[in-house]
Design a binder for this molecule. Structure first.
Ligand code: GLC
Ligand code: CA
Length: 552
């Protein structure tokens, strides 16, 4: 058993959590200020989105110096203070480590570009042009080609899977593996407890000479050439063995957005030396409305399919059983907030509580995005021009050409764009919600939910989360076996069992009353989002009611 088998992770987007020097940008002192809150809520682990020096082309995922804190967030002293205070409170800290690419401003890349004999040339991926154009037609995740011309040598291109200012590292090169391990060790020495390994499934690439057969667009995104290739494991294993030898209980939390349960099992098998758990990005049980072919998948309306959610978790829980823990999450900084995304009847706190209970008491590690614990919605921008991220800009121009009105486009963006999920944490009811005295770097209309108000209200979402996380720490909900129960299609129910204890969770995903007959034993109610009653072994649930029970 490692400490992280009991991790309950709070994800903080540092720029949006708390500003302490009135520049409208969150900072490390802001995180320090709220460590007590995080502890009190019942979280025991914090994952910070990247905090290293960065030109902020991709909000910190483009790193130009891995050995220092970005000055907008603070400095090394703030970092040490944060580590010490977090550890005093028993909180673990995980840093986000972009390993697939650096910033184009990183000295390795600058040297590689400026000096043809640089020892860092082989840190990146180069290819000469073919017939006057890009070496192949592969598309970047951020739009356009994965190839960009070497600014000093127009006959040659470098490879970038994300923004063109984020050149991919050449993981084939053992020196790259060693250098990234050195970065990790530097932070482990400073007390860091683990890393989120950003985009690790992309570090291996296929044969560049092979074009994609997808002719629907000029530069198609085609995962088979750069996601989950077998060499990922080879490249990772040396790096992982080295840092595990340095700090055996380091927690490696691998981001694998397109991973299926079997990929996750393969990456987390202890003998594979890749990572301890995997987090992917499509376990949300969403059905997409693809009736309009002009709208790309990312921006399509969606709704929750309970059937799909059941299939997903039965699959993940079964395949990862005795291998590793699934991660349990409703979202992160790369998609809109769950309450905006799913088109739920959102004005009912009961639903927010139900979503939390049904997911987080399952077998696995909860990963909760800041603000979710107070039922925060995303920012609501007032005009399409307020969206500046590349994906949004492309959408706006494409859909305008196809005759969509700005109002229609704005709706899609406000429901799905990731920038809406990166708004300031809402601490109180003042103008900028106690996040800052100045206008936040990312700002639009916000809802009225806030910590101050919810602390005082025993029925608040926040107090429900606090109770829920207490219960999550009970043996049966941490380490018990998992079994989804076969029920009525509107009910999501599962049982958790250790040798001598058991728990059961029942959630009613409908606006009708319902009843559920418990397995025969003596149960006691531990948490509910309403006044649901248990009588003669039957749980009576109101619309959107949920209930957790235990027995020993
Ligand atoms: C991951 C991050 C995302 C970032 C990308 C490139 O997917 O979650 O925010 O843009 O990697 O580093
Ligand atoms: Ca600040």
């Amino acid at each position: 058993m490692s400490w992280y088998d009991q991790a309950i992770i709070y994800q903080i987007y540092p720029k949006s959590f708390q500003d302490t020097n009135d520049d409208g940008i969150g900072d490390l002192q802001g995180i320090i200020k709220h460590l007590g809150y995080i502890k009190d809520m019942g979280f025991n682990t914090i994952w910070l989105n990247p905090i290293f020096v960065s030109p902020q082309v991709d909000n910190g995922y483009d790193v130009s110096n891995y050995f220092a804190i970005d000055p907008i967030l603070g400095d090394t002293n703030d970092f040490s203070e944060m580590m010490t205070k977090a550890h005093e409170l028993g909180l673990h800290i995980i840093l986000d480590l972009p390993i697939n690419h650096t910033s184009d401003q990183h000295p390795w890349f600058q040297d590689a570009v400026n000096d043809p004999h640089s020892i860092f040339r082989d840190y990146y991926i180069w290819h000469s042009e073919i017939d006057g154009h890009e070496p192949n037609n592969w598309g970047s995740f951020f739009g356009g080609s994965v190839w960009e011309k070497n600014p000093r040598n127009p006959d040659e291109y470098y490879f970038h899977l994300f923004d063109k200012k984020m050149p991919d590292l050449n993981w084939k090169n053992p020196e790259v593996q060693k250098s990234v391990a050195d970065i990790a060790k530097f932070w482990l020495e400073k007390g860091v407890d683990g890393f989120r390994l950003d985009a690790f499934i992309h570090i291996a690439k296929a044969n560049f000479e092979q074009d994609s057969l997808d002719s629907s667009t000029k530069f198609p995104i085609d995962d088979k050439f750069y996601a989950k290739l077998p060499a990922v494991k080879d490249y990772m294993s040396g790096f992982v063995k080295e840092i595990k030898a340095f700090k055996p209980d380091v927690f490696l939390f691998g981001e694998a957005s397109s991973a299926k349960a079997r990929d996750a099992a393969e990456y987390t098998r202890p003998d594979e030396h890749v990572c301890d758990v995997v987090v992917n990005s499509d376990n949300y049980g969403e059905v997409y409305d693809d009736s309009n072919p002009d709208i790309p998948k990312f921006f399509q309306d969606r709704k929750l399919s309970l059937e799909m959610l059941k299939q997903t978790y039965v699959t993940w829980e079964s395949i990862l059983d005795h291998v590793s823990l699934p991660t349990l999450t409703w979202g992160n900084h790369d998609i809109s907030r769950v309450l905006d995304r799913l088109n739920l009847p959102v004005h009912d706190d009961k639903i927010t509580k139900l979503l939390a209970m049904m997911l987080f008491l399952q077998r696995g590690i909860p990963v909760i995005y800041y603000g979710e614990e107070i039922g925060m919605h995303g920012l609501k921008y007032q005009k399409v021009a307020d969206f500046s991220d590349q994906r949004a800009v492309d959408l706006i121009s494409n859909l305008r050409q196809k005759g969509f009105t700005d109002k229609q486009i704005l709706r899609l963006l406000n429901n799905q764009d990731e920038m809406t999920a990166r708004g300031p944490m809402q601490w109180d009811s003042t103008q900028y919600r106690g996040f800052s005295k100045e206008k936040p770097w990312n700002w639009a209309l916000v809802d009225s939910n806030n910590v101050d108000q919810e602390i005082a209200d025993p029925d608040s979402i926040m107090n429900f989360y606090r109770e829920l996380l207490k219960i999550k720490k009970h043996d049966c909900f941490t380490s018990g076996d998992y079994r989804l129960l076969i029920t009525d299609s509107n009910i999501y129910a599962y049982q958790r069992k250790t040798a001598d204890k058991q728990g059961i969770v029942i959630a009613n995903f409908s606006d009708q009353k319902t009843e559920f007959t418990l397995p025969k034993t003596v149960w006691r109610k531990v948490l509910t989002n309403e006044s649901s009653e248990v009588e003669d072994g039957v749980v009576k649930l109101g619309p959107w009611g949920c209930c957790a029970l235990e027995s020993n």
